[in-house]
Design a protein around this ligand. Structure first.
Ligand SMILES: Nc1ncnc2c1ncn2[C@@H]1O[C@H](COP(=O)(O)OP(=O)(O)OP(=O)(O)O)[C@@H](O)[C@H]1O
Ligand SMILES: [Mg+2]
Length: 292
């Protein structure tokens, strides 16, 4: 599917943003104009045969994976399985510049992420949450959300550098979604770890991502904060697609439910994929990850 059917694909390495935006080959120009990703064939994200080597060590090994538009996919797997490396490749943090990379990574039908660099990929509608919260500690929660909105050039240019009623509404909606209404005017540095994590997700949401990548979002959270985050992500279903990497199985169970698809990575490849119940019963998963 997608890129696999194109025999003429040219494995051109990532190039700079200026080139990417001027050429139409990447499909990026159209995305930035319309704010839409072509998901007419189902997947919003498609990886095929992706191999990443660091000094000969294969962190990803012919990884093939696809996420449907609107899906919330949980990814689990042992330490060193390649989960973070996968996110690094999708977002351009790892590329031909700093590793040996091969394979295909597509956003929707037409955006070849392997041809784009990190800042350009950030403009395509992919939001990434790293493990450690990165908020502006001195600024109030409200200002953090406002600054995040201003960082989105597509949005801000149309606002003519002032916060109108529409912008304020969006901030209020995000405060409600992240359960931070009561903290709106507190400096972000005074928030609990769980609140900071929710604020950072709120900041990503201000940029209206099409695809959110979350790497171990509940690490260090209390049980209550963990379940609160599960509720938040559940509420985002329908507004963006998500890929969530986690070790916390209760959190994964809350997100995947009975029918959600879970992917198990091991040694840089997909070891198993299916409902959480099915992968938990898989002998290879028990062997490599869950233990007996
Ligand atoms: N920049 C790098 N240089 C060399 N090796 C790397 C680099 N980045 C990752 N690796 C190696 O690639 C492998 C996969 O690492 P990665 O961080 O993707 O695993 P992970 O599945 O996210 O693990 P964890 O659950 O511990 O976060 C590891 O063996 C790691 O040491
Ligand atoms: Mg990791």
């Amino acid at each position: 599917m997608i890129a696999a059917t194109d025999p003429n694909r040219n494995p051109t390495p990532r190039h700079d943003a200026t080139q990417a935006e001027s050429g139409d080959a990447t499909g990026l120009g159209r995305v930035l104009e319309r704010g839409a990703i072509d998901v007419s064939h189902g997947p919003i994200l498609y990886l095929e045969d992706v191999t990443v080597q660091f000094d000969g060590f294969r962190a990803l090994n012919k990884l093939t994976l696809s996420i449907d538009h609107g899906e919330l996919r949980c990814v689990i797997g042992p330490n060193g399985a390649g989960k973070t490396t996968m996110m690094d490749v999708i977002t351009g943090k790892t590329g031909p510049r700093n590793a040996s990379v091969s394979g295909r990574v597509f956003l929707g039908q037409s955006i070849d992420l392997m041809r784009l660099n990190e800042p350009t990929i950030a403009q395509t509608g992919i939001g990434r949450k790293f493990q450690k919260p990165t908020v502006f500690e001195q600024h109030a929660v409200w200002e953090n959300l406002e600054l995040a909105m201003k960082a989105d050039k597509r949005w801000w240019s149309s606002l003519r550098a002032r916060l109108d009623a529409d912008g304020r509404n969006r901030i209020e909606q995000t405060l409600a979604l992240t359960a931070l209404e009561d903290e709106a005017y507190r400096p972000a540095g005074l928030l609990s770890h769980g609140q900071k994590q929710r604020l950072e997700i709120g900041m990503l949401l201000m940029q209206q991502p099409q695809l959110l990548l979350l790497d171990e979002p509940v690490a260090g959270m209390t049980d209550e904060e963990t379940m609160q985050l599960a509720k938040l992500l559940d509420g985002l279903r329908g507004s963006c697609s998500m890929m969530v990497v986690e070790h916390d199985m209760e959190f994964v169970a809350a997100l995947a439910g009975e029918s959600g698809k879970v992917t198990v990575l091991s040694e840089g490849s997909v070891l198993a994929e299916g409902t959480l119940d099915a992968v938990k019963r898989d002998e290879r998963v028990i062997e490599s990850y869950l233990g007996r």
